[in-house]
Design a protein around this ligand. Structure first.
Ligand code: ATP
Length: 443
C-alpha cells in the first residue's frame, strides 16, 4: 500500500484533499492522471451497462436529497454504525473495527451513529430546512422510476444505471481511498418480475465478475461472500459481495443485492393496492404509484437487483493489480503499471529524439494532433530531450506506447514505437500509426 500511495502522489494520480491546510480526513483529490484513470473506469462501466444493453437507461440525479426520500428509504432510522469510545486512548471507533491496542474493558457501550451528512438549504438556519447529501445514488433511481418508464416506455425487466458521488460520515476512514467520506458509486437498479429475481441476481453476479476481469482484476483475486442474514442491510433478501484482496486485506469491492420490492414499495402511494411483499412503513407523502400494471390489470411492484460498486475501491484494485516491479538485464529495476490499455490515463506519448530540432518537434506535434483526433483518450507531446527518462515515467504511469520521432523519421516517414510491457521497439510507417494504436487500445 505504501508504494501505491507514494506512486499516486509522485505521479499525480491522487492527492490528500486540502493538503495545504493539513488535509481533511477521508477526503482525496484526483490529480491530472487520476482523473483520466477514474474517467476511463467510469466510461468502461457505462459502456458495459448502458450502451451494450438496450434494456438499461442512464440517469444523473441530484446529490442534495429531500429528507423524505431518506426517511421512507429507511436510511434516517437504520443507516448507522455502532460506535464505541476508548477511555484509555480517547479515540472513537466503529464497534467492529477496534484496533488491538485498545482493551475491551476500556470501551464504552456501543451507540448508534447516523452516517448521513446534512446541509442547510436556503438562507435560514432553523434546523428544519435541510437536505441530505445522498449516501447512495440508488434512491433517486427509485424516485425517478415512474419518470423513466413514462418517457422511455420500458417494460420489465429493465434497468436504470447511474454513476455519481455519495457521502458517508464514516467513523474511521482509512486505508487510503478504500474507506472515504466522499466517493463515487456506479450503481445499476435492475427491475424484474417477482419470482424471476433469484435467477437474475445470480446472472448479475457472474456478469459483474466478468467485467472486473476485463478491467484487469483477475478471478483469483476475487472471493464471493454470501452476506449472512444478521449482516444484511434492511432492504436486502440476499447480498453477494465481491471481495477483493486489497493490499490491507480482503474486503468488499462491490455488493450485489436483491433489494426486493422494498424501495419502490416504500416510496409508493396507494400501497394497499399493490401486493407489496416486503415490510414497508406507511407512506403518507408520495404522489406517485411506483408499480407496473400487468396485462391482467393487476398491479405489481417490481423486485430490484442492484450491483453497486465504488469507483475508488475499483481504482485501488486496478492499480494494485497493474503495479509491477521488474528486474532488468542490466541489474536495475523498473516500476511498470500494466494497466489494460483502455484504462491507461495516457494512451501514447509522442517524443522527439532531439529537444531543439525544429523539424522533429513540428513533426511530433503533427503526429500528436492526428492521433488525438482518433478519440481514443489523451495523447501527449512530450519534449523532455531525455528518451530514457520519458520511457521510465511512462512505464510508471502505464502509457501503453511511446512513439519516438528521430532522424530517420524525417527521411523515411517511419517512427519508433516502444511497447510498455515487452519494451520491444519497432518501426512503424506514419500511415499505419493510427491503426496500430487503435489495435492496441481497443483490444
Ligand atoms: P462497507 O461494509 O465496506 O462499509 P457497505 O456494505 O456499506 O461497505 P454498500 O452500501 O454496499 O457498502 O455500497 C456499495 C459500494 O460502495 C461498496 O461495495 C463500495 O465499493 C462503495 N463504498 C461504500 N462505502 C464506501 C466508502 N466509505 N468509501 C469508498 N467506497 C465505499
Amino acid at each position: 500500500m505504501d508504494e501505491l500511495v507514494a506512486l499516486c502522489k509522485r505521479r499525480g494520480l491522487i492527492y490528500q484533499s486540502s493538503d495545504i491546510y493539513g488535509g481533511l480526513q477521508g477526503v482525496y483529490d484526483f490529480g491530472p492522471l487520476g482523473v483520466e484513470l477514474k474517467n476511463n473506469i467510469k466510461k468502461a462501466w457505462w459502456e458495459s451497462m448502458v450502451y451494450e444493453n438496450d434494456d438499461i437507461e442512464g440517469l444523473d440525479s441530484a446529490i442534495l436529497t429531500n429528507p423524505l426520500v431518506l426517511k421512507y428509504s429507511g436510511h434516517e432510522e437504520t443507516f448507522s454504525d455502532p460506535l464505541v469510545d476508548c477511555k484509555s486512548c480517547g479515540l472513537r471507533f466503529r464497534a467492529d473495527q477496534v484496533p488491538d491496542k485498545c482493551k475491551q474493558e476500556d470501551l464504552t457501550e456501543p451507540r448508534q451513529f447516523n452516517l448521513m451528512f446534512k446541509t442547510n438549504v436556503g438562507p435560514i438556519e432553523d434546523g428544519d430546512s435541510f437536505a441530505y447529501l445522498r449516501p447512495e445514488t440508488a434512491q433517486q433511481i427509485f424516485t425517478n422510476f415512474k419518470n423513466v418508464i413514462d418517457s422511455t416506455s420500458k417494460s420489465l425487466p429493465f434497468g436504470i444505471a447511474q454513476i455519481g458521488k455519495a457521502f458517508r460520515n464514516e467513523i474511521t476512514p482509512r486505508n487510503f481511498i478504500f474507506r472515504v467520506r466522499e466517493f463515487e458509486q456506479m450503481e445499476l437498479e435492475y427491475f424484474v418480475k417477482p419470482g424471476t429475481d433469484e435467477d437474475i441476481h445470480n446472472s448479475w453476479v457472474q456478469k459483474r465478475i466478468d467485467w472486473w476481469v476485463e478491467q484487469g482484476v483477475p478471478m483469483e483475486s476475487i472471493e464471493l461472500y454470501e452476506v449472512p442474514g444478521e449482516e444484511l442491510a434492511h432492504y436486502s433478501k440476499r447480498t453477494i459481495d465481491l471481495m477483493y484482496k486489497f493490499p490491507h486485506g480482503v474486503e468488499e469491492l462491490e455488493g450485489i443485492a436483491n433489494r426486493t420490492d422494498f424501495d419502490l414499495g416504500s416510496h409508493s402511494k396507494k400501497q394497499d393496492d399493490l401486493n407489496i411483499k416486503s415490510s414497508v412503513s406507511r407512506n403518507k407523502d408520495s404522489n406517485s404509484k411506483l408499480a407496473v400494471q400487468e396485462e391482467s390489470g393487476e398491479w405489481i411492484v417490481p423486485y430490484v437487483i442492484e450491483p453497486s460498486a465504488g469507483v475508488e475501491r475499483g481504482f485501488l484494485a486496478i492499480i494494485n493489480e497493474a503495479y509491477n516491479v521488474e528486474s532488468l538485464n542490466d541489474g536495475k529495476s523498473r516500476v511498470v503499471l500494466k494497466l489494460k490499455p483502455h484504462l491507461a490515463p495516457i494512451k501514447a506519448a509522442v517524443i522527439p529524439l532531439k529537444k531543439n530540432n525544429e523539424e522533429m518537434v513540428n513533426l511530433s506535434k503533427l503526429v500528436k494532433e492526428n492521433l488525438q483526433k482518433l478519440g481514443l483518450g489523451r495523447i501527449i507531446f512530450e519534449n523532455t530531450g531525455n528518451i530514457g527518462k520519458s520511457y521510465r515515467k511512462h512505464d510508471e504511469i502505464g502509457t501503453p506506447l511511446c512513439i519516438t520521432i528521430d532522424f530517420e523519421s524525417l527521411d523515411d516517414k517511419t517512427v519508433t514505437v516502444r511497447d510498455r510491457d515487452s519494451m520491444k521497439q519497432s518501426r512503424v510507417e506514419f500511415d499505419k500509426l493510427s491503426d496500430f494504436l487503435i489495435n492496441i487500445i481497443k483490444n
